[in-house]
Ligand binder design. Structure first.
Ligand code: FES
Length: 226
């Protein structure tokens, strides 16, 4: 391999490929000739679409990671597996309250947590998943919302939970409950909504709607990023 970059052998569906050791799983799959249409999105560790399960030769343990962030290793075995079921409770936010009783109706499995911490250990975002589940059990939705804020919803926590908790959906519900019922109204947001309603941005919006695709791309690429 050029430039002193070494190679490793990985196995995709049992077939061996020699790939540069610097690649992520996602890049290595493409290097091996796979076209990734599903199971990848942002390629930057944000969208959670690329949650992957793998094994290393000789090691019994099933490992997990985001394919766009996890570097290949010698003897890495990758295989397609069906995605983990992530039950999502359907509810009308206006008809529930931020209470333990209402939450237990939506996600009863949350209250069967065994405290094994597998979810926390597996989280690629280093979120203390088990702790936010504990906050939900206590009805502290503000803390659960805060602690789960960086969740990508990749679902790896679900893959390891013996109680079949769907942590990321429970967390999403806690954040909705928090913003609907518990968060203090934000003066800045209210002011911005008023401006929008009064048409303060109508001209700019109209200009955007009439812009060419090229112009929109140019604006997007040169936008200020906070
Ligand atoms: S592709 Fe978006 S997190 Fe990996």
């Amino acid at each position: 391999m050029r430039d002193g970059i070494g190679t490793v052998d990985i196995y995709v569906m049992g077939k061996q490929y020699r790939v540069p050791e610097t690649l992520t799983i996602l890049e290595a799959m493409e290097y091996a000739g796979y076209q990734m249409k599903r199971g990848c999105g942002c390629r930057a560790g944000f969208c959670g679409a690329c949650a992957t399960v793998y094994r290393i030769a000789g090691d019994f343990e099933l490992k997990v990671g985001l394919a766009c962030q996890t570097k290949v290793e010698q003897g890495m075995y990758l295989a397609q597996i069906p995605f983990f079921p992530g039950r999502k409770a359907i509810f009308n936010l206006e008809e529930i309250k931020p209470s333990v009783a209402d939450f237990a109706q939506l996600y009863p499995e949350v209250f069967r947590c065994l405290g094994c911490s597998s979810c926390t250990k597996v989280c690629p975002q280093d979120i203390d998943v088990m702790q936010y589940i504990a906050y939900i059990q206590r009805g502290d939705f503000a803390k659960a919302a805060d602690l789960s804020f960086d969740c990508l919803m990749c679902g790896l926590c679900v893959s390891r939970c013996p109680a079949h908790i769907v942590h990321y959906n429970a967390a999403l519900t806690s954040r909705r409950l928090y913003s609907r019922y518990l968060a203090k109204p934000d003066a800045f947001l209210a002011e911005r909504v008023r401006e929008i309603e009064n048409g303060a941005f109508d001209a700019e919006l109209q200009e955007l709607m009439e812009s060419s695709r090229e112009r929109l791309q140019e604006l997007y690429n040169s936008r200020e990023i906070e």
